[in-house]
Design a protein around this ligand. Structure first.
Ligand code: HMG
Ligand code: MG
Length: 296
């Protein structure tokens, strides 16, 4: 039933890979996205049209977007920080983009080289143009509970940035615990504040699992029906020192199905994909649910 439906936004090919130091072969990126498509994931964040000087790993995003096999039932999205990125995304056939701001001034400066208000001004121009060419736009707010440079983050600033993104036309705002410092109480407090200014059905949660709190935080995110996660728990942000991987998609699916939510995802295929990409990257498989299922 759709009543229990939770949408998972798979961010592995972008958030999961962007922080990898060694160049991931183009063929592996494409195979990853194609395999994720076969798992039944409705949304796959596949690329990032940022400056290759800032994030070298994402430099072949145009080729990734051009060469993946696109299923009609899947939305393939990409990060875009500015007009230049929007233009590149458009050229390689991207239909949906995500802009990304932050609730911390220092993080904003380190990550996108401008203040929060400058970023909102820049993004509104990107969004304006993206709407004209018929793209859907998602918005990210980073550092929603804590910042690697400033520590605790004021939820009023999170609500401010989220509402500005919503007003400019983002159809969904993803709240990012970039460095995974949140705990359920703080997280719920933050969501309550943000949902006074952005309807809760327009919000998503995006937890990194640095302190092992991501699953608890998802469970605590009452009322939110969209969860971002990354295959095998890959991930991290190059401009957030100490940020570890995103919560593993496999673990999220296990949680959600276990509490009676329907994700539409094929767990067996998902786990095989997680094990495979971990071996490609030379990493131990980072999903607890995935490892348990494989060892049965
Ligand atoms: P800047 O240096 O201020 O930009 O960077 P600029 O306009 O002065 O351009 C500098 C150079 O970059 C120029 O090249 C531009 O052409 C080029 P040069 O003339 O020196 O040869 N350039 C570009 N090239 C390709 N595509 C572009 C582009 N833009 C400029 N789009 C900028 C500003 C925003 C570009 C830079 O800071 C940047 O790319 N930042 C991205 C950082 C990033 O990707 N971080 C990770 C993603 S965010 C994240 O992970 C958090 C999230 O997961 C949620 C969470 O966990 O909280 C979403
Ligand atoms: Mg992230």
């Amino acid at each position: 039933s759709t009543g229990n439906r939770v949408k998972i936004v798979e961010v592995g090919p972008r958030d999961g890979l962007q922080n990898e130091k060694i160049k991931v072969p183009l063929e592996s990126k494409i195979e990853l996205i194609n395999r994720l498509s076969d798992c039944g994931l409705p949304v796959i964040e596949s690329a990032s049209f940022v400056s290759p000087k800032w994030v070298p790993q994402m430099a072949d995003s145009d080729l990734v977007m051009e060469r993946i096999i696109k299923k009609p039932s899947v939305r393939y999205t990409a990060l875009v920080p500015n007009q230049k990125g929007l233009h590149a995304a458009e050229k390689s056939g991207v239909r949906e983009i995500a802009i990304f701001g932050a609730a911390s001034e220092t993080f904003s400066k380190k990550n996108i080289n401008c203040s929060i208000d400058q970023s909102i001004e820049n993004f509104s121009k990107v969004v304006e143009r993206a709407k004209i060419i018929g793209m859907d736009i998602r918005g990210y707010v980073s550092c929603v509970v804590g910042c690697p440079y400033e520590g605790d983050v004021d939820s009023d600033i999170v609500a401010y940035v989220a509402s500005r993104m919503y007003q400019m036309g983002c159809y969904e705002i993803s709240l990012g615990d970039t460095i995974g410092v949140g705990t359920p109480g703080k997280t719920l407090e933050m969501i309550e504040k943000v949902s006074k200014r952005v309807p809760i059905e327009k919000l998503a949660v995006h937890f990194h699992d640095t302190y092992g709190q991501a699953i608890a935080n998802i469970y605590a995110s009452a009322g939110i029906r969209v969860v971002d996660s990354s295959i095998a728990g890959l991930g991290g942000c190059p401009y957030a020192k100490g940020a570890s991987g995103n919560v593993a998609t496999e673990d999220v699916v296990y949680l959600l199905e276990g509490i009676g939510c329907n994700t539409g995802i094929d767990m067996e295929k998902l786990v095989k994909t997680g094990e495979w990409i971990s071996s490609v990257l030379g990493k131990d498989y980072g999903s607890k649910a995935g490892k348990a299922i494989l060892s049965k």
